[in-house]
Design a protein around this ligand. Structure first.
Ligand code: 13P
Ligand code: SF4
Length: 305
């Protein structure tokens, strides 16, 4: 069966839009109507006229689409596609943590569950975190969750002090500073570009830091022709497509592998995408009231962006 053709047919039949994150396998990126970072995908989900949103990404991303479109059918090819960062911030523990800082303005990274979002004042993504935090009045104390590395990066960029939830991403914290430096010695002409979920010692070597989309855009406009890319390796597909003459080297993790893939993102496959559209399942559902509770902080982010 030609999966690409069948997915195209089902898109028309369902009036569906396929949204994909840059960490999806390249075949899924190629069949998607839109490929983007967390912010761009949320913006697309907010404005889509489609009846069905097929989200090729992880659970919190599909949840975001559902919060913005509670009456639409949102499909996620594999419901088990979670996120280590989101999982490391359970709603019950976050509620207790939050209660210790009742006067703090709560900024929550989009890589979190809908329940945690619902306890927040505003949501941010890696592409707008600095902008969002800068908009908070200087006399307000801030609590930032759940990514401590992004939080520290934002503190450095804004000069704001923040209480940090001690979370991290299993993919970005496994990059090896030693192996990164070795690769740079082998390729002294390469620029190092990194995602802000990486640990500070790794970020210290970066020539440019940004969200997946910002990294992609940077490689397109930079006069440099070689890049060491310190994030999930799926983004290299778009970088190579946009700049075929340039060289992209995935930064090595500390586990003996040559590149780093998110095991959650990679649960989605072309076959599961096709079946999800054919069978209209697995559906992303939220408990009654949760989408409404998480809407205001998410909408605030979209307005502040
Ligand atoms: P972006 O918003 O930069 O695409 O990041 C999403 C993510 O999950 C990073 O690990
Ligand atoms: Fe979550 Fe990390 Fe995977 Fe991004 S790369 S979805 S933060 S586990």
């Amino acid at each position: 069966m030609d999966l690409e053709q069948e997915i195209g047919r089902l898109k028309r039949e369902l009036n569906a839009v396929v949204l994909a994150h840059y960490y999806q396998e390249s075949e899924i990126q190629d069949v998607a109507d839109f490929v983007g970072d967390s912010l761009a995908l949320a913006q697309q989900a907010e404005k889509t006229q489609a009846d069905v949103i097929v989200f090729c990404g992880v659970h919190f991303m599909a949840e975001t689409a559902k919060i913005l479109n509670p009456r639409k059918l949102v499909l996620l090819p594999d419901l088990a596609a979670g996120c280590s960062l989101s999982d490391r911030c359970p709603p019950g523990q976050f509620q207790a943590f939050r209660q210790k800082y009742p006067d703090h303005f709560v900024v929550t990274y989009v890589n979190s569950s809908a329940a945690v979002k619902a306890m927040s004042d505003v949501i941010c993504t890696s592409s707008n975190a600095v902008k969002i935090v800068s908009k908070i009045p200087a006399d307000r104390k801030i609590l930032f969750a759940p990514d401590q590395h992004l939080g520290r990066y934002v503190m450095k960029q804004t000069g704001r002090d923040m209480v940090l939830w001690p979370g991290s991403c299993m993919v970005h914290e496994i990059f090896s500073e030693k192996r990164l430096v070795q690769l740079k010695v082998e390729h002294p002409d390469a620029e190092i570009i990194a995602h802000p979920e990486c640990e500070a010692p790794v970020l210290a070597h970066a020539d440019y830091i940004g969200s997946t989309k910002q990294l992609l855009d940077y490689t397109g406009t930079s006069p440099k022709t070689k890049f060491i890319v310190v994030t999930e390796a799926g983004i290299l597909h778009q970088m190579q497509q946009r700049s075929p003459g340039k060289t992209f080297l995935p930064a090595p993790p500390d586990n003996g592998c040559a590149c780093n893939e998110c095991p959650h993102m990679r649960l989605n496959t072309m076959d599961k995408l096709y079946r999800a559209m054919r069978d209209r399942t697995p559906k992303l559902e939220l408990p009654p009231g949760l989408a409404e509770a998480a809407y205001a902080p998410l909408k605030r982010m979209l307005e502040w962006s």
